[in-house]
Write a protein that binds this ligand. Structure first.
Ligand code: F6P
Length: 402
């Protein structure tokens, strides 16, 4: 298809597409949404303008490989009738990785240059990059540095990408988390227990907030607020006194200690944690606490396990009822793509095609009041947190109502 790029006419024939970062529901829907429009356009385009969509495997990693030696690990041909039905499932048919082209080490290894050279070798005229802020940020840089036609689409189950009211992947993760909480509730009720349920979401509490409310959690703890475990103990005791069971949803980004917290709170949390660590029953919590913290290639801290601390502290500092801890982990971002993510993914794929047709490059689609808007890839960032004046923030703890 002939379009205008940087004031010149270019003929886009081969469009590459890759998925980076953590997988989620909706990736396949974006691919299908874009491929549908390409196939439709091909019905009327002259032969020398017909297009094809080529999948690049494992995110940016594909473009760091050697096409002469391992082509089958780099590209995956995409035919609409072969892949169309995948938009209903989560995950990504293109596989994913957290390869950071622009890490210090990879810049030294000249991987951005290599990626660009590979795009040329593969005859790719334009690239669609599906991912969170890290993956999209790399697309923006590469597109700018090499003046290459680039698009993005904002995914992440965390729903924390700037420039859109919703990322795809979020709603399905919430549905799965709610299903999990509902299953926990019947067993919690049957045994008069308190369950601590930890949910992914990195340092944004959207998943925990929605799932906590929709799943009827008595207490929901978010990274955006100051944790005070003495208050949580009171909330749990109150819930138990009224209902004999309780569900505490904890977002994985919640911290026991933080410079934001009053000093007295950090001190009190330390006291509580020390009491846990001194008890051989919680040897695993002690071991976890002493383990070195890991980071991914983008420098993001690998989270996970805060729920276990909170479970142990609650169990240690309250009496007379039983506790259990469950970490939903990655299961909530897998499985089926729920309706909202099917639709949003298909919309984003459709929008990418429209941007291309309109000669609007270097952008990703965002949702604003149910309309698609074009956002600049160079402005993408994460950290779209739950504002404390959000209506849902005030509604998050069922226990506050009785
Ligand atoms: O993609 C976002 C996310 O699911 C976060 O919620 C979570 O902290 C992280 O990915 C987990 O990363 P990984 O899949 O690399 O363990």
């Amino acid at each position: 298809m002939k379009v205008k790029f940087q004031g010149k006419e270019i003929n886009i024939r081969r469009i590459g597409i890759l998925t980076g970062g953590g997988d989620c529901a909706g990736h396949n829907a974006v691919i299908v949404g874009l491929l549908r429009r390409i196939s439709q356009a091909n019905l009327t385009l002259p032969a020398d303008e017909k297009m094809e969509l080529v999948g690049l495997l494992e995110g940016w990693k594909s473009l760091t490989r050697d096409p002469d030696k391992e082509m089958d690990r780099i590209v995956k041909p995409l035919a609409l009738l072969d892949i169309e039905e995948t938009f209903t499932v989560a995950g990504t048919i293109l596989k994913s990785s957290r390869t950071n082209l622009f890490s210090k080490e990879n810049i030294e290894k000249k991987l951005p240059e290599k990626a660009m050279a590979n795009l040329k070798k593969l005859n790719i005229d334009c690239l669609a990059v599906l991912g969170g802020d890290d993956t999209l940020g790399a697309a923006g840089k590469l597109g700018q540095q090499y003046i290459f036609p680039m698009f993005g689409a904002p995914k992440t189950m965390d729903n924390d990408v700037y420039g859109t009211e919703m990322t795809y992947g979020f709603e399905s993760a919430v549905e799965e988390a709610v299903h999990f909480i509902e299953n926990i509730r019947t067993t919690a009720e049957s045994h008069n227990r308190c369950f601590v349920v930890e949910l992914l979401g990195r340092s944004a509490g959207w998943v925990a907030l929605w799932a906590g409310i929709a799943g009827g959690a008595e207490v929901t703890l978010l990274p955006e607020e100051n944790l005070n475990l003495d208050n949580v103990v009171k909330q749990v005791e109150h819930a138990i006194s009224k209902k004999q069971h309780c569900i505490v949803v904890v977002s994985e980004g919640v911290r026991l200690f933080d410079t934001r917290y009053p000093e007295a709170v950090n001190k009190r949390h330390k006291e509580m944690l020390d009491a846990v660590k001194a008890d051989p029953k919680y040897a695993l919590v002690k071991a976890r606490d002493e383990m070195p913290k890991k980071k991914d290639s983008f420098g993001n801290e690998q989270l996970g396990g805060i729920g276990e601390y909170i479970f142990a502290i609650l169990e240690k500092h309250t009496k007379g009822f039983e506790y259990r801890y469950q970490n939903c982990g990655h299961a909530i971002r897998g499985g089926v793509a729920h309706v909202m993510d099917r639709i949003l993914g298909l919309r984003y794929g459709d929008a990418i095609f429209q941007f291309m047709k309109d000669g609007k490059f270097g952008v990703y689609p965002g949702l604003e009041a149910d309309k698609i808007v074009a956002r600049n890839l160079l402005e993408v960032k994460g950290g779209r947190f739950v504002p404390q004046d959000h209506q849902l923030f005030q509604m998050r703890n069922a226990v506050d109502y009785y």
